[in-house]
Design a binder for this molecule. Structure first.
Ligand code: ADP
Length: 500
């Protein structure tokens, strides 16, 4: 095999990688108090690309204090909505101006193809910042007309205020490191909160670069703090900290439950965007070729490391074989390679741990009687690469149908009628998303209300919009991010009743 042709890194990225990595706490760039560090590895090679601080509870405490001081401080507290809007727009401009560097950092740290890092992660982060900036001036309560019983003589005036929830603790995963950081920071700032962000230990670099851009944008010190470290140390300390008013988490259901329990002990507000096992449902009127491409894209994008990935494919039995053949053909043709190689369509998995987990699932699928139609449990000698994998022949209770894998592994199953598919679609603990593929409107509309999922796509999958609420039913989480609903997550409602 020839060495892949890799896009050379920009000077800015080389400079960023060479500089020592510190956490942003208040106005200061700090090492961990313990002096401990963690390593970041390039998933395409396994090589260490940077070291960064490993925060513990004492560092988290400093960050929470800085966020509290900024929240109570004059500059942020007295800022008008339009000032916050300008800060967010300036941050969007800084992210856009540094798009190539941020995309390269994302590819080096997470493994994803550079083109996706640039066009999806960074572009969506810019768009989201601008979308949320517009909300700053549009947060409002309501006026009410009370009907207080037994006090007919009195007159009342009643209204509601929306107030920032306070100091936010955000804990995020490694699949879209920059974008999810922005999904947390932007609504916190729009509503007047301050934030302590803990990125995932696998991919902390983009958040540290973003923190530099936050300061360049003129956002007051302490409004955004970034602490890096391990989940069970820095993450757990943040979730359990009495000084935060809200915790927002995106990640696995298992960790989400732990964070939710820790938060509840302090009555900290909590929103959780968790795992999924999203069904892709194709009826017999689909165009086989485009349906196969759609199903492949639904699972293989970002190497399947997507909470809403279409990991269960259900196809009507009349067209099952043809669609499956198409999906297998796409899977076999996809180019797996380093994210910096412009020819790569699928990058490596994020870490050796994730590679082990995903290959373990593939082996389990075979043990439980599944047939591998594409891919395998084999991995490359160097880097965390794995081929797009398609499995069939598994029953409803099979591990690969029930559990979230978070890798490029699709399980395909035929179905016969709408009752059967409605039941199968809902037969996992998750309820994040689903897609229905058909042009038979009445069939589609009959099925949508029967699907327990926060998002249902029709004739597409994984299409998010800044204005569209996103979140899960069942074990896929609590709360809806994006759109108007994100404002609810970062504000308290105060009811005011006044006797005139
Ligand atoms: P994965 O298992 O795929 O790494 P996680 O859900 O464990 O995904 O990780 C998402 C985020 O949660 C990361 O930032 C990680 O550091 C953090 N995390 C992991 N364990 C805990 C914990 N016990 N408390 C708080 N945060 C945690």
């Amino acid at each position: 095999m020839n060495a892949p042709a890799e896009t050379p890194l920009s000077e800015a990225t080389v400079r960023f990688l060479a500089q020592p990595k510190k956490m942003l706490i208040g106005a200061e760039w700090r090492d961990a108090l313990s002096g401990r560090t963690l390593e970041s590895r390039n998933p395409a090679t396994g090589d260490v690309i940077a070291t960064f601080p490993a925060a513990a509870a004492a560092d988290v405490d400093l960050a929470v204090q800085a966020a509290r001081a900024a929240f109570s401080g004059k500059e942020w507290g007295k800022a008008r909505p339009i000032d916050r809007e300008r800060w967010l727009l300036r941050l969007a401009d800084r992210v856009e101006a540094n798009a190539q560097e941020l995309a390269e950092i994302e590819t080096l740290d997470n493994g994803k193809p550079l083109m996706f890092a640039r066009r999806v992660d960074v572009q969506q982060a810019v768009d989201f910042l601008r979308y949320v900036a517009g909300w700053c001036t549009k947060i409002e309560g309501s006026t009410l007309t009370p009907s207080v019983p037994a006090l007919r003589k009195n007159e009342y005036f009643a209204y509601t205020l929306r107030e920032p929830v306070g100091v936010v603790g955000a804990i995020i995963p490694w699949n879209f490191p920059l974008l999810i950081a922005v999904w947390k920071i932007a609504p916190a700032l729009a509503t007047g909160c301050t934030i302590v962000l803990k990125p995932a230990e696998e991919t902390s670099l983009a958040a540290l670069r973003l923190a530099e851009l936050v300061l360049e944008a003129g956002i007051p010190a302490g409004v955004v703090n970034v602490v890096t470290g391990l989940g069970h140390e820095a993450g757990a300390a943040l979730a359990a900290h009495r000084g935060i008013d809200k915790v927002t988490f995106t990640g696995s259901t298992e960790v989400g439950k732990r964070i939710g329990k820790a938060a509840m002990d302090n009555m900290t507000r909590v929103s959780l965007e968790l795992g999924g096992k999203s069904p892709v449902i194709m009826f017999d009127d689909v165009d086989v070729k485009s349906a196969a491409a759609g199903a492949a894209n639904a699972i293989f994008f970002n190497s399947g490391q997507v909470c809403a990935a279409g990991s269960r494919l259900y196809v009507h039995k009349r067209v099952f074989d043809q669609v499956l053949e198409g999906v297998v053909a796409v899977a076999n043709k996809m180019r797996v390679g380093p994210g910096l190689d412009p020819g790569s369509q699928i990058g490596p998995l994020v870490s050796a741990k994730q590679l082990q987990r995903v290959t373990g699932y593939i082996r389990k699928g075979v043990e439980e009687g599944g047939s591998l139609l594409a891919g395998s449990a084999e991995s490359a000698d160097k880097g965390y690469f794995i081929k797009p994998t398609v499995v069939t022949g598994l029953g409803e209770q099979a591990t690969l149908i029930q559990e979230e894998i978070f890798g490029p592994v699709l399980v395909a199953t035929p179905f016969d009628d709408i009752d059967e598919i409605a039941a199968a679609a809902n037969a996992t603990p998750y309820g994040l998303a689903a897609s229905i593929w058909s042009n038979d409107l009445s069939r589609v509309h009959r099925l949508i209300p029967r699907i327990q999922a926060g998002t249902v796509w029709v004739n597409c999958h994984g299409v998010l919009d800044n204005a569209m609420p996103f979140g899960g039913y069942k074990q896929s989480g609590i709360g809806r991010e994006m759109g108007r609903s994100m404002i609810d997550l970062f504000t308290e409602t105060k009811s005011v009743m006044m006797q005139l």
